[in-house]
Write a protein that binds this ligand. Structure first.
Ligand code: PGA
Length: 256
């Protein structure tokens, strides 16, 4: 696995848009705009994490990668209301997000997360694992806590499956607000994340695992995280839900 030269730009649509026809319209508009844009983009220049029910249709028409925002860590069988990795994959998903702070806030435990990540990677689904502190303390204890959180989430994963893993650093205090982390703050956490990964898979391999930033990414700050924050891409909520803004971010980051 090589360090990517082109950035990984992931839109997290959450519970938007309201209908499948709006989602189809968005993706068609986005692809048209990207095609007409000044920058020559590689074939798949964006990822969209969408409501599960939209995956098969969007996968058919989209020029990007389509994935889900969560999966279940239970195995095939008698659990009501859950969707497991093999089902998401067979519906056409290219990837899934796991451990988003909004899912954690609804009761996802470290144990749930460890099972989800293991099952997802065993199914060869590209897995975007989110980590991020609730608040920062002056002594920097949160860095150690983030490393522990990451190691716990990866507890059940064998080394040979890390290839399809991507880490998204999403400070919870920066999500859905107005103040993002600074690229410098991001840079420091990327080092801590790589340190935790190195303890699991060795430094050379850890260096190659892609790390993203998420939390109040806008068209004005997107590029700075890639240029100064040492991340390989972005996980974007609100700014991915407006077609013009998302297109501007994709183009800006590919010209970084
Ligand atoms: P935001 O959300 O970009 O709207 O802050 C990020 C996320 O929840 O992944």
């Amino acid at each position: 696995m090589n360090k990517r030269t082109s950035p990984i730009i992931i839109g997290n649509w959450k519970t938007t848009p309201a209908t499948l026809s709006l989602a189809v319209k968005f993706v068609k508009q986005l692809d048209k705009k990207l095609e007409k844009g000044k920058i020559k983009l590689s074939k798949k220049s964006y990822y969209l994490a969408v409501p599960d029910i939209f995956i098969p249709t969007l996968k058919e028409i989209s020029g990007g990668y389509i994935g889900s925002q969560n999966i279940s860590g239970v195995s095939l069988g008698q659990t009501t209301g859950e969707t497991i990795p093999s089902q998401i994959l067979s519906g056409g998903a290219d990837f899934t997000i796991i451990g988003h702070s909004e899912v954690r806030a609804r009761g996802e435990t470290a144990d749930d997360r460890a099972h989800k990540v293991a099952l997802s990677l065993q199914s060869r689904l590209t897995t975007i694992l989110c980590v991020g502190e609730l608040v920062r303390d002056k002594e920097g204890k949160y860095l150690g806590e983030l490393e522990d959180d990451l190691k716990q989430s990866l507890l059940l994963v064998s080394k040979n499956l890390f290839e399809n893993l991507i880490i998204a650093y999403e400070p919870v205090w920066a999500i859905g607000g107005t103040t993002p982390a600074t690229p410098q703050e991001c840079f420091e956490v990327v080092i801590a994340i790589r340190r935790a990964l190195a303890s699991l898979v060795g430094i050379d391999y850890a260096k190659k695992i892609h790390v993203l930033y998420g939390g109040t990414v806008t068209k004005n700050n997107a590029k700075t995280f890639i240029e100064e924050g040492d991340v390989d891409g972005l996980l974007i909520g609100r700014s991915s839900q407006d077609v013009e803004t998302f297109e501007e971010i994709i183009n800006a980051c590919h010209s970084a």
